[in-house]
Design a protein around this ligand. Structure first.
Ligand SMILES: NC(=O)c1ccc[n+]([C@@H]2O[C@H](COP(=O)([O-])OP(=O)(O)OC[C@H]3O[C@@H](n4cnc5c(N)ncnc54)[C@H](OP(=O)(O)O)[C@@H]3O)[C@@H](O)[C@H]2O)c1
Length: 241
C-alpha cells in the first residue's frame, strides 16, 4: 500500500528535503507553501511532487487545502508540520504583529493542520504526525521570545496529542533541529554565524536539511509505531535535552 504524506512548507529548505526523502522512500507526497510561487514551481519541475498554496496560519485555508490534497493525492497518512517563520527582535521591541505572526504560523498551524487529518487517521487506525520544532524551543534564544514560545508549544502539543492518539495507531512526535544550512539560517549575519553559532556546535558545522529529512522518514515508517510523544534532537550535540 502506498501511503500519502503532506509536508507543510515542503517546497523550500528543510521541508523540500523532507518531501524529496519521503518520495524516495515510496510515499505519495504533497508539499504546501505560503507564497513563493517561483520556488514552488521550480521544486515541482525538479521533483514531480504536487504543490499547493495556502496559509497554515488560517484554519479555513487549511481545511480547504487538505480537502484538495486528499481528493487529488489521497487521504493523508503522514502529516509533517514543517512550515515556520522567524520575526526576531528583543522582547522590549517586539510588536504584537511579530508575536502573532510567529505564534499563529509555528504553533497555530499544528492545530489548523492536524485537526483536518485526525478524524481520517482515527477512522483508518493509522497516522503519523511529525512536528518540526527547534532547539530554540528547548533552550530559549535571545531575540526569539515569540519563536521559542511557539516551538516549545509545538513540543507540548506533541506530547498531549500523542497520549490521546496512542491507542488508535497514530503516533505524534517532534523533531528539534539545531542550526541547519537553509535560507532561514543564511539570513543570520555571517559574523554572528561564524563567531557566535559555529563554536557552540560540537560537530563544528551546520546540519544539512537531508539530516532532518532522514529523521522524518524514520518516524514516519510503519514500524516506528512504538515511538510516540518523543522529542528527537538533531543538533550536532549543541544542546543535550
Ligand atoms: N533552518 C534551521 O536552522 C532551523 C532550525 C530549527 C528549526 N527549524 C524549523 O524548520 C522548519 C523549516 O525551516 P526552514 O529553515 O526550512 O525554512 P524556510 O527555508 O524559510 O522555508 C519555510 C517554508 O515554510 C513555508 N511557509 C512559511 N510560512 C508559511 C505559512 N504561513 N503557510 C504555509 N507555508 C508557510 C514557506 O513557503 P514559501 O516558500 O511560500 O515562503 C517555505 O516553504 C521551520 O518550522 C523552522 O522553524 C529550522
Amino acid at each position: 500500500m502506498t501511503r500519502t504524506a503532506l509536508v507543510t512548507g515542503g517546497t523550500r529548505g528543510i521541508g523540500a528535503a523532507i518531501s524529496k526523502a519521503l518520495k524516495g522512500a515510496g510515499y505519495n507526497v504533497a508539499a504546501s507553501y505560503a507564497g513563493n510561487d517561483e520556488a514552488a514551481a521550480k521544486f515541482k519541475a525538479q521533483t514531480g511532487i504536487a504543490v499547493y498554496k495556502w496559509d497554515v496560519a488560517s484554519f479555513d485555508a487549511c481545511a480547504a487545502g487538505v480537502k484538495k490534497v486528499e481528493a487529488e493525492v489521497g487521504p493523508v497518512d503522514v502529516l509533517v508540520n514543517n512550515a515556520g517563520i522567524t520575526r526576531d527582535t528583543p522582547f522590549h521591541k517586539m510588536t504584537l504583529d511579530q508575536w502573532n505572526a510567529v505564534i499563529n504560523t509555528n504553533l497555530g498551524s499544528l492545530f489548523n493542520m492536524s485537526r483536518q487529518v485526525i478524524e481520517g487517521m482515527r477512522a483508518r487506525k493509522f497516522g503519523r504526525i511529525i512536528n518540526i520544532s527547534s532547539i530554540n524551543g528547548q533552550k530559549g534564544q535571545f531575540g526569539q521570545v515569540n519563536y521559542s514560545a511557539s516551538k516549545a508549544g509545538d513540543i507540548g502539543f506533541t506530547k498531549a496529542l500523542a497520549l490521546e492518539t496512542a491507542r488508535g495507531g497514530i503516533t505524534v512526535n517532534a523533531i528539534c533541529p539545531g542550526y541547519i544550512n537553509t535560507e532561514m539560517v543564511q539570513a543570520v549575519p555571517k559574523d554572528v554565524l561564524e563567531q557566535k553559532i559555529l563554536p557552540l556546535i560540537p560537530v563544528n558545522r551546520l546540519g544539512e536539511p537531508e539530516e532532518i529529512a532522514r529523521a522524518v522518514v524514520f518516524l514516519a515508517a510503519d514500524d516506528s509505531a512504538f515511538i510516540t510523544g518523543s522529542t528527537l534532537s538533531v543538533n550536532g550535540g549543541q544542546y543535550l535535552a
